[in-house]
Write a protein that binds this ligand. Structure first.
Ligand SMILES: NC(=O)c1ccc[n+]([C@@H]2O[C@H](COP(=O)([O-])OP(=O)(O)OC[C@H]3O[C@@H](n4cnc5c(N)ncnc54)[C@H](OP(=O)(O)O)[C@@H]3O)[C@@H](O)[C@H]2O)c1
Length: 329
């Protein structure tokens, strides 16, 4: 047994709901390994879960955080078979929240190696969001025209960059506050705060788009989408106080519409990480290599010590475009 420090949500609510706790951590069993976490991202999903509105909402008392970078403190037959020995720098995503901790005990199959030359704080901004962008594009298929909602956001900007690897028309949405960040991606932009924005998307794309990646659940997205296109949901924004129920409702409706016109699909990275481990590791390894070799631009990390988790939540809530908060335990 050893001790660790974690950032917990003590009740659903504002930043004051966060508490730091020191607790016992069991030793690794079987093929598990121990990771000393050095960096862990704090994103929009953590803020939503702290407020109690996340679709996969844990009960109060949970530790936030899905992804992390750290150092392997132990090894096992499985980690060695995966090329991960004690002392290695690793990157991982958990299938349920709990990464905002100084130490983790977990299966090494959740881990991949941190590539040479990639700053660990930058790497920490990527796993959850880059996997989301990558899965969303995989579900969108070979669409020749694509709408990316929130092109300046953590997921949106990565989705645009990955989509640009194929010859296709990409239109993004952004409001005035984040337009400059989205404009750096070199795609036409439409302001989603304007009532006729779907018409503006169609005008920019030369017609209705064949696929849309959306995190809002807004019915207006369909007005920009071709009837035989595909609508890929990464999230559903709910009414204040009803986020979780609205999100569940959106997910169920999308499941019902998976064969309708347009087709709908939902991205769930926790499910992907849990059920498709080898593919998860292969995709994440590729995305990190892309970032290390300059083919994928990550957001600028804003590193905040774990001991200042309240400041970290405030910084994440300010959502400065082009940046992502990273806790440093
Ligand atoms: N499915 C999964 O497994 C998974 C994984 C990770 C994240 N997510 C979800 O993906 C969503 C995006 O996450 P993120 O980390 O990228 O968030 P983020 O960095 O906060 O970005 C949000 C983006 O949405 C834009 N936006 C806000 N309101 C909008 C509206 N009404 N219409 C269109 N765009 C709007 C913002 O643009 P402005 O700044 O211009 O307002 C910003 O670009 C979140 O809901 C998150 O929970 C899902």
């Amino acid at each position: 047994m050893t001790t660790r420090r974690v950032a917990r949500v003590s009740r659903f609510g504002d930043v004051g709901a966060m508490v730091l706790a020191d607790e016992w951590m069991r030793a690794p069993r079987g093929t598990e390994v121990e990771v000393r976490v050095t960096h862990a991202s704090l994103g929009s999903t953590d803020l939503l879960a702290r407020r109690g509105g996340y679709v996969l909402q844990p009960m109060p008392g949970f530790v936030t955080g899905y992804d992390f970078v750290g150092v392997l403190e132990s090894e096992s037959a499985v980690s060695v078979a995966l090329g991960l020995r004690a002392g290695a720098r690793v990157v991982g995503t958990l299938p349920r929240m709990g990464a905002h901790a100084t130490r983790l005990v977990l299966s090494p199959t959740f881990l991949v190696a941190l590539p040479e030359g990639l700053d660990p704080a930058v790497a920490a901004t990527l796993p959850l969001d880059a996997l989301t962008a990558s899965r969303a594009l995989a579900l969108a298929g070979p669409a020749r025209s694509l709408l990316v909602q929130g092109a300046s956001g953590a997921v949106g900007s990565l989705a645009v960059q990955l989509a640009q690897r194929v010859e296709r028309t990409i239109v993004g949405t952004a409001s005035a506050r984040s337009r400059d960040v989205a404009a750096a991606l070199g795609i036409p932009l439409v302001d989603y705060t304007k009532p006729d924005w779907p018409a503006a998307v169609r005008a920019q794309a030369g017609g209705a788009v064949e696929a849309a990646i959306d995190h809002t659940g807004s019915p207006l997205v369909r007005e920009a989408l071709a009837p035989d296109g595909i609508l890929v949901h990464t999230a559903f924004v709910g009414r204040p106080g009803h986020e979780r129920a609205d999100s569940l409702r959106g997910g169920l409706a999308a499941a019902r519409n998976r064969r309708s016109q347009p087709r709908e699909a939902v991205v769930s990275i926790p499910t992907f990480v849990l059920r498709r481990r080898p593919e998860y590791r292969r995709v994440l390894t590729g995305l990190l290599a892309d970032a290390a070799e300059g083919r994928l631009a990550a957001p600028e990390p804003v590193v905040v010590p774990l001991g200042e988790v309240w400041d970290a939540h405030r910084a994440a809530e300010a959502a400065t475009p082009g940046t992502k908060v990273v806790l440093a335990p």
